[in-house]
Ligand binder design. Structure first.
Ligand code: WT7
Length: 572
């Protein structure tokens, strides 16, 4: 029996989930958007200009802060600035469908450039600022980008002389080289009018954004999304983020990752709320300070961040007034029940898990402020989406059986292609009617989905299927364990045995006694067949920048094999 936590919000935007699930159609909300009548579609217009047209031009849209800068932009300010950026791109001959990359640290210019590019009809390609030369090169090469907006500091990581398609480099900064394909962002913006005649009206199925993501093998894939996604960004931001007009929303993700665009830009701005952007690196003090100072009401982050906050001394959190918060959400990796309990203890709020992927473009399986939560579960599909657990032949499996987490095709934000890689794209849809996520999960008798691991991470040991997440979650509940990654290690007798890599908390020794203690803890808490036969202590574990433990790298260490593409690995 799993624990059930009752909902806290009586005025949540999502009401009558069970009924809505039966009756809702995506077409029902087309009338929210002006293109429903005018036929003029553009994501950037719907995010920004529409609110000015609706008389909310003075409402703060973006509050930006880093250690040296603090700025507020209203919707009217952003309308003018993104129009200028659209004019800038047009003057530089960016045409509809061209790929315009944005490669810089979080700043107002990043958000203005990205929306300006979309306004001009381009496909925006955000690149995380920490990417080094090879990662930058492979993405610009594959996408054949014509234009990039970057900073003088990052220029040395762009091998532009080897990239024949890349002929415009717009630099956000003072030092702009005289010769070569360089343009000054600030000069170009100054020379551009704020009028809205630079908006390219497109169709719902025209390209809007290209996010590169690594698979478990091969080079990064360009996941291509279209303007149509706005319908789902808008609606999930209501149902799941529960955004109301006066909310102050903070999504901590960088726009280099899909969370940082779908919910760091589109979801909140389609709903006209104030969006907080914090530049610079993570520190617990700084994050709590941001919530207190900006009076953040809705906060969307990731389990790793919560775990880092959890590990920080209690005195830190006690210094801040965090009473503005009313709703907290998580994405990207399994949300351990331990973290949910911590959230309840320190904020008096449930942390709501959400499941989706770069490829899905928007949230699909979620916990809602209006529905009970089962800690450790990802929740239930949003209305308008049918998810199921299927076997390799496409047969739906009964409750509590592990299998492929799959979604019936046709939700609005679904990727439309993998850039120049139809084969890869088709692999996701190899079973007719279904999108195969690559995740393994089960659904319980109440319709809640429980994540078990990536497909290739599920461990079969002595004939038993074991999900690594369950073990990892339990391991991090042990007082000595800071981080844990679990893999299956090939074994003649058992098929696989369970091996755990563990980083211990300060004050604990890498001793055999501790290994034994951890093993008997797992045996007592989970089961004998879940016990890691092998434990190896590490100083830190390999993680992606979005915080996922890279089991693939652990496996490669274990088997003494090359670890493959490491461009998304966090190196600090
Ligand atoms: C993979 C997609 C889209 C947001 C950021 C990650 C894992 C995502 C959860 C969750 C357990 C999760 C899955 C998925 N994942 N959300 N709530 N619980 N796992 O996007 O980098 O495209 O990764 O992240 O394995 O397939 P991404």
């Amino acid at each position: 029996m799993s624990e059930i936590l009752q909902p806290q919000q009586s005025d949540a935007q999502l009401k009558n989930y069970d009924q809505l699930k039966e009756t809702f159609h995506w077409d029902d909300i087309h009338s929210v958007f002006s293109w429903h009548e005018t036929g003029n579609v553009n994501m950037a217009y719907e995010c920004i200009d529409r609110h000015v047209d609706d008389g909310r031009g003075d409402h703060p849209a973006l509050r930006y802060a880093d250690s040296s800068r603090e700025e507020t932009y209203t919707f009217a300010d952003l309308k003018g600035a993104t129009n200028q950026a659209a004019h800038m791109f047009r003057r530089l001959e960016v045409a509809k469908g061209d790929r315009v990359f944005i490669f810089m640290p979080r700043s107002p210019e990043l958000y203005i450039s990205l929306l300006g590019a979309i306004k001009a009809g381009a496909v925006a390609g955000p690149l995380f600022e920490a990417f080094m030369n090879e990662a930058v090169r492979s993405r610009l090469e594959d996408s054949e980008a014509s234009t990039i907006v970057t900073t003088p500091e990052l220029l040395e990581r762009i091998p532009y002389t080897d990239l024949p398609h890349l002929n415009k480099i717009i630099l956000v900064g003072d030092q702009v080289p005289q010769d070569g394909p360089f343009y000054s962002y600030f000069n170009e913006m100054k020379a551009s009018p704020t009028t809205d005649d630079a908006i390219e009206w497109v169709s719902l199925e025209d390209g809007m954004i290209l996010h590169y993501t690594s698979g478990s093998t091969g080079k990064p894939k360009g996941v291509y999304h279209v303007h149509h996604a706005m319908i789902q960004h808008y609606q999930t931001a209501k149902w799941v983020l529960d955004l109301h007009e006066d909310d102050v929303f903070w999504c901590t993700a960088d726009p280099g990752w899909v969370t940082g665009t779908s919910y760091g830009i589109f979801g909140p701005w389609l709903n006209g709320v104030t969006n907080i952007v914090r530049g610079g690196r993570f520190s617990p003090d700084d994050w709590y300070h941001t919530i207190e100072k900006q009076r953040v009401t809705v906060w969307y982050s990731a389990p790793t961040a919560f775990r880092m906050l959890m590990a920080a001394p209690k005195e830190i959190i006690e210094k801040y007034d965090l009473s503005s918060l009313r709703h907290i959400l998580s994405v990207g990796e399994p949300l351990n029940p331990e973290v949910v309990r911590w959230g309840w203890e320190v904020f008096g709020l449930r942390i709501h898990d959400t499941w989706w992927m770069t490829e899905t473009g928007a949230m699909l399986i979620c916990n809602y402020p209006s529905e009970p939560i089962k800690p450790g579960s990802m929740g239930k599909p949003i209305p308008g989406v049918h998810a199921a657990i299927i076997d390799d032949q496409g047969k739906e499996l009964p409750p509590n059986e592990m299998g492929n987490l799959a979604v019936q095709t046709g939700w609005p934000a679904q990727m439309r292609k993998i850039w120049k890689n139809e084969t890869k794209f088709n692999e996701y849809f190899s079973i007719p009617g279904w999108y195969i996520s690559g995740d393994t999960a089960f659904r319980d008798e109440d319709g809640y989905f429980w994540f078990q691991g990536r497909n290739d991470d599920v461990i079969v040991t002595a004939g038993e299927r074991v999900g690594p997440f369950e073990i990892e979650s339990k391991l991090v509940e042990h007082p000595s364990v800071a981080e844990a990654g679990v893999i299956g290690k090939p074994d003649e007798m058992r098929g696989h045995i369970i091996k755990a890599f563990i980083a211990v908390r300060d004050g604990y020794e890498h001793s055999d006694e501790l290994k034994e203690e951890i093993r008997s803890y797992i045996k007592n808490e989970l089961s004998a067949h879940s016990v890691p036969r092998e434990i190896e202590f590490k100083e830190t574990l390999p993680k992606t920048r979005s915080g996922k433990i890279m089991r693939r790298v652990l496996k490669a260490w274990e088997l003494d094999e090359p670890a493959g593409d490491l461009s998304t690995m966090d190196d600090n």
